[in-house]
Design a protein around this ligand. Structure first.
Ligand code: ATP
Ligand code: MG
Length: 414
């Protein structure tokens, strides 16, 4: 890990939502078939089922290529948006699990599980983010980005349809309570961090230099094998290479994760995402939320509180997630903490690039896996559950109610 301080300052990104809104609408309508509701785009190379396999390093499509679903299709898929189909709820609205029959008339039982995000009419985030999601996620294809399959826009109903992520969000696993939530072993936590880092690195190194802007545990979704995929591009922005630099007038994001320079000045950098990544690493180590007003005063903000602990091996031990019961490779964990500290550097230019973060985490993942070999089949929390679903996730809806969490959602007041 080299010290990057002194590298040329990165220019902050331009934030021009209006421009990009009109562009989204024209691209969306011109590149999807609107008749019949569920038709795939005619360009099959861009169909939802292609992508990961053909382009393991990801690609940016020229135009969004998405299915257009009718409201009634999604109503059927989610059993009329039944309350027991709710997977979670965010600032945009509720997310439902759904089942789409391949051919609605047939009774073959073939189809796919989906996740449907339904805009809540009181949502502050609203239409702009719905369009931004289509504009960005509809064009980005990478194994560590969740797949947006399509959308619905009928009367006042705005919905987004995604691939279903079996194990829910990292937030659920780290902070969910109750017997259904089992603590994630450290090597799985590192695997998740690496997947999410790869997703961010793809965005940052792509031609368009996309700034994700809302990196947090609830936006890291997990498939059945704990592969991490980033979701929610409602706040994503094109980076400095694609636009002139100026300052955003409305600071958006999530308290506790947003980088200090962005909070203070509205300047947005690719490295602002790296800061958010450091916050999630701190959450992964400690099992504590980035922001929790229920903690004693002086400890509400995780980073402010734990930063001095990350640099000290012994202090770090006292802060590690107690759910791990001390079962983790101490040396590797200390190196993860060092990486977190670098990501949390106050100066954007001193933070590592996500490419460097990926390289470091690849090494740490290998060492964490080596460390579990001797204890495999015994104390490994997932080992004795072979053949079963190792973990189940709970709806953060319940979790939030239970924990009385303050709403941490955007926009951030300045
Ligand atoms: N594709 C998906 N598959 C499975 N579960 C999902 C999917 N998308 C979202 N969820 C669940 O729904 C929850 C809410 O997601 P949502 O993105 O609406 O809100 P959030 O990330 O908690 O907050 P924010 O609105 O700030 O992004 C997630 O935390 C996750 O548990
Ligand atoms: Mg989200």
């Amino acid at each position: 890990m080299g010290n990057c301080c002194g590298s040329p300052a990165e220019e902050p990104a331009s934030v021009t939502p209006d421009h990009f809104t009109s562009e989204v609408i024209s691209q969306t309508t011109s590149n999807t078939t609107s008749s019949g509701g569920s038709n795939l785009s005619r360009n099959s190379r861009f169909s939802a089922s292609s992508g990961d396999e053909a382009f393991p390093n990801g690609q940016i499509l020229a135009h969004p290529s998405l299915k257009i679903y009718t409201f009634s299709q999604l109503k059927v898929a989610t059993k009329n948006f039944r309350v027991d189909m709710v997977l979670g709820e965010g600032g945009f609205g509720k997310v439902y699990k759904g089942w789409l029959e391949e051919k609605p008339s047939s009774r073959s039982g073939t189809g796919s599980v989906i996740a449907v995000k339904k805009l809540n009419s009181e949502s502050l985030q609203g239409v702009e983010e719905w369009q931004s999601e289509i504009h960005f996620l509809g064009r980005l294809s990478h194994p560590n980005l969740v797949k947006l399959l399509g959308y619905c826009y009928e009367d006042k109903e705005l919905l987004l349809v995604y691939e279903f992520m079996q194990k829910g969000s990292l937030e659920n696993h780290l902070f969910g309570r109750g017997s259904a939530v089992q603590p994630l072993p450290m090597e799985i936590r590192i695997k998740i961090a690496l997947g999410a880092a790869r997703g961010l690195a793809f965005l940052h190194t792509s031609d368009k230099k996309v700034i994700y802007r809302d990196f947090k545990a609830s936006n890291i979704l997990l498939d059945g094998s704990y592969n991490a995929k980033l979701s929610d591009f409602g706040l994503a922005k094109l980076g400095p290479s694609a636009s002139q630099s100026h300052v955003t007038t409305r600071v958006m994001g999530t308290y506790g994760y947003a980088a200090p320079e962005y909070m203070a000045t509205g300047h947005l950098y690719v490295k602002s995402d790296v800061y958010g990544f450091g916050v999630v690493l701190a959450e992964i180590l400690t099992g504590l939320r980035a922001l929790d007003p229920n903690r004693p005063s002086g400890r509400h903000n995780l980073v402010d509180w734990v930063k001095p602990y990350l640099a000290d091996r012994r202090k770090l031990k006292s802060l590690m997630d107690s759910n791990l019961e001390g079962k983790y490779p101490a040396k590797t964990v200390f190196q993860v903490a060092q990486l977190a500290l670098r990501c949390l550097g106050p100066e954007p230019k001193c933070r590592p690039s996500m490419k460097e973060v990926v390289e470091t985490l690849e090494q740490l993942k290998a060492s964490s896996e080596r460390a579990i070999e001797p204890r495999a089949h015994s104390s490994h929390p997932l080992a004795h559950r072979r053949g079963q679903e190792p973990l189940h996730h709970r709806s953060p809806l319940h979790q939030r109610q239970e924990k009385g969490q303050a709403n941490q959602h955007s926009p951030l007041a300045r």
